[in-house]
Design a protein around this ligand. Structure first.
Ligand code: NAD
Ligand code: MG
Length: 401
């Protein structure tokens, strides 16, 4: 029996995880659920799953949880409060498996704590690896944790790579592998006239053609910064240098990614664009378990298309490759500036095109502080804070609006 903690339970990945778990009551029990907002939803999830612990951000949210729970039958879960409680719960001795599905660098300390506690970590939170890939992978190795990538591309690559029954953290590329090929849908603006991009709205940016996701990752998909984060994520997960990671646009999102071998073979994982497949793979590994996802009907699809990415249309993709080559400080700044810029875009304070400009300008103005790879979580968080402050200042400059 796996005892599961879901960090970010009320989000898109959290909900899909609960959906898969509910199909296997004899294999998984829910120990802890966490949320930053939507406390009513958290209470509903806790009542349905019988979770023993919930984690909320502050005392007001804890009071709200108690009030909402008053209407539910059954014993109220223990309510833990604050960022330290997230870390402690991820490392709780009663937990075997942690789904890290908080959005943004806010999810880094708890994901890292799960790795340090030697858990089976199902990693959806790509920002944790972008900001602290070296620390995170080292923590997995040092503490005998198991790391299963949940991001669909990385899950696909993992499935196409040779591996035993335990998922570890490699220190060199898998033998015989030439390149990793990350597929990308190209998002909602793949064919939008360039002149129209300046005026696109958050609603348009969040309307992804294939996947239903949280708002931040939806905007990241529209700028293709998401694919850039995934290139950095793949670098750390599979110990692969940047020049052996290729991005390929594939609008149908049926081929979730590929591995190219030295002998010319290319292995791919295909499926419907539904995150329950990689989540079920991570939960069940090394076994295959039902996910609720229907079969792939390729005859109905008819065709699959592929094209090279357009780096001029999607400057965030180039910025990401540049950051990966420049080192970990640049990756932290890239991610932090993006989180700020996306939040400002969603609040309608800056334009869609300004997102890339803010990231670019933040990276340039912080470049002198990228010298050494951060040696601790504190170093990472300090640079993350500095980059956020810089990006916020840049967002306020009228020239970028
Ligand atoms: P979401 O916005 O739907 O949910 C985010 C969750 O994190 C919520 O439960 C929210 O309450 C919690 N949260 C937000 N801010 C927090 C904070 N400061 N502290 C603690 N908790 C906080 O996001 P999502 O789409 O489920 O994505 C979650 C993560 O998974 C992201 O890192 C994303 O890049 C990654 N991911 C998502 C998908 C997808 O299909 N949604 C696919 C691949 C990877
Ligand atoms: Mg992905």
């Amino acid at each position: 029996m796996q005892s599961v903690c879901i960090l970010g339970a009320t989000g898109s990945i959290g909900e899909s995880t609960l959906d898969v778990i509910a199909r296997h009551p004899d294999t998984f029990s829910v120990y802890a659920l966490t949320a930053h907002s939507r406390i009513e939803k958290l209470a509903d999830q806790a009542a349905r799953t019988g979770a023993r612990v919930v984690v909320v951000p502050d005392d007001a949210a804890a009071r709200q949880f108690g009030q909402v729970w008053g209407r539910s039958p059954g014993a109220m879960p223990e309510v833990r409060v604050g960022a330290q409680a997230l870390v402690d719960t991820a490392a709780d001795a009663a937990v075997t498996t942690v789904m890290a599905a908080i959005v943004g660098a806010a999810g880094l300390p708890s994901a890292l704590a799960a790795a340090q506690a030697g858990k089976r970590v199902l990693l959806a939170n790509k920002e944790a690896l972008v900001a602290a890939g070296n620390l995170f992978m080292q923590a997995v190795r040092d503490n005998g944790a198991e790391l299963l990538p949940i991001d669909s591309e990385h899950n696909a690559i993992f499935q196409c790579l040779p591996h035993g029954d335990r998922a570890s953290a490699p220190t060199a590329p898998a033998r015989g592998v030439r390149r990793l090929v990350l597929t990308a849908s190209g998002g909602p603006f793949r064919n939008t006239p360039l002149a129209d991009l300046a005026a696109v709205t958050p609603e348009q940016a969040c309307a992804h053609p294939n996947w239903s996701m949280g708002r931040k990752i939806s905007v990241d998909s529209a700028t293709m910064l998401n694919k850039g984060l995934e290139v950095i994520e793949a670098h750390w997960l599979f110990a692969m240098p940047a020049d052996r990671i290729q991005v390929l646009v594939h609008p149908q999102s049926v081929v979730h990614s590929m591995v190219e071998y030295d002998d010319g073979s290319v292995l791919a994982q295909l499926g419907q664009p539904d995150m329950r497949t990689p989540i079920a793979y991570g939960l069940g590994f090394p076994n295959r378990i039902a996910s609720g996802v229907g079969l792939l009907d390729l005859a109905a699809k008819g065709r699959l298309d592929f094209e090279a990415p357009d780096f001029d249309r999607f400057p965030c993709l180039r910025l990401s490759f540049d950051a990966l080559r420049a080192g970990q400080g640049a990756c932290i700044a890239l991610n932090a500036a993006n989180e700020v810029a996306v939040a400002q875009f969603l609040d309608r304070r800056i334009s869609f095109m300004a997102i890339a400009q803010v990231i670019d300008a933040s990276l340039q103005s912080l470049a002198s502080s990228f010298g050494q790879a951060p040696a601790s979580l504190e170093d990472v968080l300090a640079l993350d804070r500095a980059a956020r402050a810089r990006a916020e200042a840049l967002c306020r400059r009228a020239a970028l609006y």
